[in-house]
Design a protein around this ligand. Structure first.
Ligand SMILES: C[S@@+](CC[C@H](N)C(=O)[O-])C[C@H]1O[C@@H](n2cnc3c(N)ncnc32)[C@H](O)[C@@H]1O
Length: 201
């Protein structure tokens, strides 16, 4: 049984609820590829996933995980071209530029913030670029789509980023979005989950 306080599986389950084969999904922080793999399995065999990271170690790690699972991996994507072939597109760019690459309206987006476990902890998400990415994906999310962010208040700068993400979700218009916030009630430094669903138009 999954431990109650494990936030990432909760985030994935809430996204899985709205995903189906053929959808477009986005991982704003590829990292070690766990979320990218989950997203692709939720949209396979006809869908595609765009996964962003600025760390080549992360992109290599994600590519390896996907290839071991037998998934078609492409490196890069022409900005805003037509319907892409099914598979996962690994994009070596900051998520703050994700709008240039999106080929359509994603049904689900995940951002698992912070740094790559086991890698250089100085390469970590930053408040300003995180918020820019959230603005871009929120504007493009499909109707009925969901956006999930896992924020880590426990590292240096993480509390500030987490508070900014909380304020960003709190600012979404009530008549356009449903917003959920989940946190561990007895551990203020534990990861926090924010999920927003764009209401059907
Ligand atoms: C917690 S890890 C992501 C974990 C990943 N989702 C997984 O399933 O393994 C955070 C990642 O965000 C990446 N990152 C930091 N700043 C970024 C940016 N501006 N754009 C895209 N990725 C970024 C880091 O390099 C790191 O790999």
């Amino acid at each position: 049984m999954t431990r109650l306080t494990r936030i990432v599986p909760l985030a994935q389950n809430l996204l899985a609820d709205v995903l189906q084969a053929g959808d477009l999904a986005v991982d704003l922080t590829a990292g070690n590829g766990h979320d990218t793999l989950f997203l692709y399995r939720s949209v396979a065999p006809h869908g595609c996933v765009l996964a962003f990271d600025i760390d080549t170690v992360a992109l290599d790690s994600t590519a390896t995980r996907l290839q071991q699972a037998g998934i078609e991996v492409y490196h890069g994507m022409e900005p805003a071209r037509g319907q892409p072939a099914p598979g996962v597109y690994l994009i070596a760019a900051g998520h703050e530029d994700c709008a240039f690459f999106l080929p359509g309206a994603p049904k689900a987006v995940i951002a698992n913030l912070g740094y790559l476990p086991g890698s250089d902890h100085r390469t970590l998400t930053q408040e300003s670029t995180t918020l820019r990415a959230l603005d871009q994906v929120a504007a493009r999310l499909a109707s009925g789509g969901r956006l999930a962010v896992v924020a880590y208040p426990g590292h240096v700068g993480g509390e500030q980023e987490s508070a900014a993400v909380e304020a960003w979700f709190g600012s979404l218009k009530r008549d356009e979005w449903d917003v959920l916030r989940i946190e561990v009630g007895n551990c203020p430094t534990a990861p926090r989950l924010f999920v927003a669903e764009k209401r059907q138009g």
